[in-house]
Design a protein around this ligand. Sequence first.
Ligand SMILES: *Cc1c(COP(=O)(O)O)cnc(C)c1O
Length: 410
Amino acid sequence: MKSKPVGPIPEGYYALEGQLSIGGKTASEIAAAAGETPLFVYSRDLISARIRQLREALPDRIGVNYAIKANPFRPVLEHMRPLVDGFDIASSGELRLAQQAGIDPARISFAGPGKRDDELEAAIAAGVTLNCESSGEGERAMAIGGRLGVRPRIAIRVNPDFELKGSGMKMGGGAKPFGVDAEKVPDLARYLLDEGADWRGLHIFTGSQALNADAIIEAQSNVLKLADELAQAIGEPLPKLNMGGGFGIPYFPGDEPLDLASVGKALHERVEGLPASLQKAELCLELGRYLVGEAGVYLCRVIDRKDSHGVTYLVTDGGLHHQLAASGNFGTVVRRNYPIAVANRFDADAAEVVSVVGCLCTPLDRLADLAHLPRGDVGDLIAVFCAGAYGATASPSAFLGHGSAGEVLV
Ligand SMILES: *Cc1c(COP(=O)(O)O)cnc(C)c1O
């Protein structure tokens, strides 16, 4: 049977006693210690290493924020607390998670359309920076601040007239529910300043999951240009500029890792030639999947092996209810295989072509389609890579009642 390619296994995974090892332990040991599969396993070392590489490539004055929606698992947040500069949240639920992880609200910014009054109130009272998404939201925030006797810390999220090219998810350019159209920003900023807001500058997010360094470099220079124009129109230097992120990770066959060195080099040049309006601004990037995506593996166990019309199926105890993206049902048009392995036979040669499916009673529940893998039997562990971001919390774990997966940080 002809196989279909699978995505590239991220760097940093190697075989120990023939098994996939994460954080110095074998997949079997990790599953046994957790006492359950399916299980998301996140690696401290790989998260730390990624942040270190990023720091080395970026100019010192560009801070790194973590967008916690990518992975809000508490031990992951606690691990990242000393490693990144800021945290971006998208709801009061994420605010609670960040606070439970001991993160100082002064380091948190809150973006997202449709912030409810109670969410604005919780954020303003805690001293979180609001990335304001509309003039209506700005007015509500100022009224709530007045009632609480607190000056809201507010930045404006800009809906720019350009986007990050080749981005997996476009979030800027044209009509959008996100941010304030660039031409409306100066008036809203003047209103917030006049009303006595603690002005925190601008947030310009242009897209996600870009692997092309040139596209990121171009978007970043457009962001700096727009920020300068807006600062001039507002009439004050910017205290802060969140430049967005968009750094992608390879998921699929043929995907090449982002050329971080090129992005870093271009940022060094930009930072040296900043316009006056931005010279005093605190600058940061906000990244989600780039920091944690490749540091996570989804482990599930084979519970049945069967043939149907010439196709061998490994039926696992996992599935799309935990790892929706790997099934191809999270914003992809054409389904392609994520990187996958038989975890307890990690260094074995590929020996057969199999489709790995989940336990849900729906044909959507595929983890790998006709992958060329070492033999997999009942009881074996399957590893699906790139599971550190948008896995556990971005999948419909209530669907079909199998329950949620375990999570561990090793
Ligand atoms: C989702 C999101 C991010 C993180 O995106 P990644 O692709 O995971 O890096 C950052 N900023 C904003 C505003 C977002 O909505």
